[in-house]
Design a protein around this ligand. Sequence first.
Ligand code: PGA
Length: 366
Amino acid sequence: MKKTADSNPKVYRNYFRQRTANQWHKIEAEVGIPGAIRPFLAGNWKMNMIPLSGVALTARILDICRGIRDVDIGLAPPHTGLSTLADYIKPDFLRTEYGLGRNVFLLAQDTFFESKGAFTGEISPEMLGAIGVDRVIIGHSDRRANLGKYYGFASSVARRLTDSFLSDKLKKLKAKDGADAQVIATLEYLVAKENHELLSGLTRFLEEELRERAGESDQSIQLKIQAALGQGLQVILCCGENREARLANETFSLLDRQLRMAFEVVSPRAVSEVIIAYEPVWAIGEGAKPATLEQIKEVHDFIRNLIMDLYGEQTASNIRILYGGNVKPDNIVDIMNISGVDGALVGGASLKANDFASIIRFGLNT
Ligand code: PGA
């Protein structure tokens, strides 16, 4: 016999945040209490899974999560898998097959900001909406910071900063009429023997800068947020510092910049359509360690206070702030117990049915 929500009732822990003395507290609340914050567990498959494997993975996850209606579940296949998955997770089917409600959301991993035109390879919010996408991830650090190195921008700059490249340029410039004297002087300075250290320092600096610049910028993220909200898509806005910023004690100033820029284009009415994901770049991916519970709490409090600054207390209380970066079955309970954490954006573990299902079921295991 097929198991359903009724034959297998589950009482999920729900969450209600209260704010007292400048601290957000999470208390257990009755399921369905108005104002309860529904946890949101979202799996970002990144560039993995062909469409049919994605459906098979989803079927295995949902099979383990039968009857769970008190959390929101998000699945973010690559663009090529969206349409097939959209057909599979139709609410009526999920209700009869798995005893789920309308709590499974289809997420896209990115969007372009123009609606149509000569933008080869890009996909617009309209196109995503048309195939049933509910929410779109914007500003993921894989895109903000890391893409540049794959496209080779940084290494092409590094090549230009070698001694031989610069000496050659210098020779050619000197031979040229009307060459800029200051450029010649700078190159002479750089290729002088005693400046090797300066040169390699400069290379590293430029590589780092380019890696950042070549990916998503705060400006393109703004445009994407605006375009997605304009098309009725909800936004999962990612923010987070890289290792260098954390070590230089610049975490909060960087987050402040990322978030203020992003929310500049979000009106007080539209802010309920935005979910924030705090994803420290250094905590993401295989081999990295998740942020500590203290670090997560400190940053989530900072973000919520920033939202309070921008939109007031009610909005700050309602907005969901997720954590991402090596969320696994063995740390999800501790992470979800942090007062300001409303869910998780999960990469690697979301590709394993058992792991992602136990992350979704975190509230049943405590
Ligand atoms: P991870 O990825 O869970 O594999 O660390 C998280 C993310 O990039 O969203």
